[in-house]
Write a new protein. Structure first.
Length: 270
């Protein structure tokens, strides 16, 4: 009886100790949660970049209250995934270039008019998407002077970018090189002749006002035509690896035929 009574008492004590331990553990979690919320409100913790509302994460331009990127001056903006850069008075004949700063990431940019209105359509009737080039920059072509740029970055990190216009170089007839290059072509052509020599690979990404697309991947040597959607202005990003020399030849832009004034009829009074 004595031994059995001691065993029962021990089990009761252990059960009570276990219940007390569980209570203390749960209470500790509650207190820790309260402290974390208090310090987060006071800025004591870095809670990371906060993006758009989840309801608008895939289409931030449809949000009634979008997140606006911070203008840091000198063309530098920063924000979270889905934040918008609002620009006005742009030259539609000059590419807009977003260059990432401080090792941050730009996955791409969607472009709308003011208020998220779709002016130029991309694929499936959505705003055109401009993906980052091989060097990390995003090049955008617009068809109106006032635009909104919706930046795609990492969902849990802030991005920082410098916005400039132009500065990519131009070509109208022939472009060539042994290294990667980015340049602008203005003309009526929508095809070009691509040739490459040596050993290695070459890829071409093309940017028009309707977005960007990777239009070619191949191995040298090669000699063939490439094509892209009709556009008055096109940006080419050529990536070459190893010892590849490449050349793009564009057809000449037709010279407008001058309109001749009709000759006066004989005997006509000037």
């Amino acid at each position: 009886m004595s031994a059995g009574g001691q065993t029962g008492a021990s089990r009761t004590a252990i059960a009570r100790l276990g219940g007390f331990t569980a209570f203390v553990w749960i209470a500790g979690l509650v207190v820790a949660g309260i402290v974390a919320l208090v310090y987060a409100d006071e800025g004591g913790f870095d809670v990371g970049a906060v993006g758009v509302d989840e309801d608008y994460a895939s289409e931030p331009w449809t949000s009634p209250d979008p997140i606006v990127a911070d203008d840091r001056g000198g063309g530098v903006y920063e924000g979270s995934d889905g934040a918008v850069i609002r620009l006005s008075g742009l030259d539609v004949d000059a590419p807009v270039v977003l260059t990432p700063q401080d090792s941050t990431y730009l996955g791409g940019v969607r472009v709308t008019g003011p208020g998220g209105r779709i002016v130029t359509e991309g694929e499936y009737g959505e705003p055109p998407r401009f993906s980052s080039l091989a060097d990390g920059r995003v090049v955008v072509l617009v068809e109106q002077p006032d635009v909104e740029l919706w930046v795609d970055g990492f969902s849990d990190e802030a991005w920082r970018a410098r916005v400039t216009t132009g500065g990519l170089g131009w070509t109208n007839d022939v472009a060539s090189g042994f290294e990667s290059a980015v340049f602008t072509h203005a003309g009526e052509a929508s095809t070009a002749r691509l040739s490459a020599r040596g050993e290695g690979s070459i890829a071409i990404q093309i940017v028009t006002p309707h977005g960007s697309e990777r239009t070619f991947d191949g191995e040298a040597p090669l000699d063939q035509s490439i094509a892209w959607p009709d556009a008055p202005l096109v940006v080419f990003s050529v990536e070459s690896w190893d010892d590849v020399g490449w050349k793009l030849e564009f057809p000449p832009t037709p010279t407008p035929t001058p309109t001749l004034s009709p000759s006066p009829s004989p005997g006509a009074t000037p």
